[in-house]
Each structure stands twice: as structure tokens, then as C-alpha cells.
Design a protein around this ligand. Structure first.
Ligand code: GRF
Length: 208
């Protein structure tokens, strides 16, 4: 059984997609052990509560400095003996020690087709604004392992979504979530939970 910790900051619709996929048997051999938010008001915490999942807020604002926050976060994650950390709309810069320690055991969902529209500054609605500004016809979402860079880790799954004339950033964001994010995030977790994901030379091989 893959023990998962989910880090969130906001609405938690990706968290919900994971919860639903586990309940529906679309993710097997995995369980969410803890949901951690840096934001006390995150609706994701309510979703965890409603689904009987342990949850906690660890906010940098409650610690004297970044080092103290990093230690608290790391300790909490260690306590749950996690096999996989899932960033599902997590807006916090992760402690470098965490990234070192959990190599190829942290995954993130990015709302674009990496390596387009990613890297520093590309988060939230801004990603979709830039997609619309450039006029690309396809965008999508990417699930990738997290390394020390921003959106640079090995890519696990991607799904393309059409951009339509007249889209607003909000409409496009919703389409990308519905058609890509909520599908490939659970799929990626299921593949990992069932031993189908192998990283070779910085690239992911999905085993048959
Ligand atoms: C998603 O767009 C995800 O791609 C990005 O943050 C957003 C999180 O949304 N990393 P939610 O909290 O899962 O609803």
C-alpha cells in the first residue's frame, strides 16, 4: 500500500479527484494518510475533513523563520512514513532537504504542457493568461516528479487540451482541470502505486 501525503494551498479539486479515484477503485494500492496545507483557509482542508482524512495546517506565518517552518513540515511528513508526496496546488517553496530526501517520490501537477508555459512565475491563472496571449492552439497539463528546479523534473504523464477562440483565462483553467488535471493526476498515482513508473536517465518509462 502506497502511503500518500498531499500538500495543498487552495480549493483542492485535484485532491478531490484523487479521493474520488481511490473510492472508485481507479487508484489501487494507495491511501491518503495526511493532507497538509500552508493556508488555514484552504477548502482542501474541508475536503479532507469531509472524507475522514487526517489534515493539518502548517503555515510559515506560525514559525520564527523559514528554517523552523521547513523543519516542522519535514518532521510532520516523516511522522507519516510516506512513500509519495503529492503537490496538488501547493504554493509553498519546498525545503531543499525534502526534495533531496524524497527524490522521485514527490509529484506535482502543472497546468500546461511542460516545457511550455512553466518555470518561475508560471502558476495559477497566469499560466492560462500567457497561453492565451501567445495564441497556442493546444495547452494541457503535466504530472512530473519534483527536483530542485521549477517544473524541471521527469515528466510522468501529459494530456493536451484545445484552446478555443474567445476563452478567458478562467474558462481555459476550468477546461484544463476537467479534461486533463483531474484525469492524469489520479492516473499517475495509480501507475506509481502499482510499480509501473521507472525513472531512467531523467526520463520516465511507463512499464507494461
Ligand atoms: C491547479 O491548476 C494545478 O495545476 C496547480 O494549482 C491548481 C490547484 O487547484 N498546480 P486545486 O487546489 O487542486 O483546485
Amino acid at each position: 500500500m502506497l502511503r500518500i501525503g498531499v500538500l495543498v494551498s487552495g480549493g483542492g479539486t485535484n485532491l478531490q479527484a484523487i479521493i474520488d479515484a481511490i473510492a472508485a477503485g481507479k487508484i489501487t494500492n494507495a491511501s491518503i494518510e495526511i493532507v497538509i496545507s500552508n493556508n488555514p483557509g484552504a477548502y482542501a482542508l474541508t475536503r479532507a475533513e469531509q472524507n475522514g482524512i487526517e489534515h493539518i495546517c502548517i503555515s510559515p506565518k506560525n514559525y520564527a523563520d523559514r528554517g523552523a517552518f521547513n523543519r516542522a513540515l519535514l518532521e510532520k511528513l516523516e511522522e507519516y512514513k510516506l512513500d509519495l508526496i503529492v503537490l496538488a496546488g501547493c504554493m509553498v517553496v519546498l525545503p531543499p532537504e525534502l526534495i533531496d530526501k524524497y527524490q522521485n517520490r514527490i509529484i506535482n501537477i502543472h497546468p500546461a504542457l511542460i516545457p511550455s508555459f512553466c518555470g518561475k512565475g508560471y502558476y495559477g491563472l497566469h499560466v492560462h493568461e500567457e497561453v492565451l496571449k501567445r495564441g497556442v492552439k493546444l495547452t494541457g497539463a503535466t504530472v512530473h516528479f519534483v527536483d530542485a528546479g521549477t517544473d524541471t523534473g521527469p515528466i510522468i504523464l501529459q494530456k493536451a487540451v484545445e484552446v478555443q477562440w474567445g476563452d478567458s483565462p478562467e474558462i481555459l483553467q476550468k477546461r484544463v482541470m476537467e479534461q486533463a488535471e483531474w484525469q492524469i493526476m489520479p492516473q499517475a498515482i495509480n501507475l506509481i502505486a502499482n510499480g509501473k513508473v521507472e525513472v531512467i536517465d531523467g526520463k520516465v518509462k511507463i512499464k507494461e
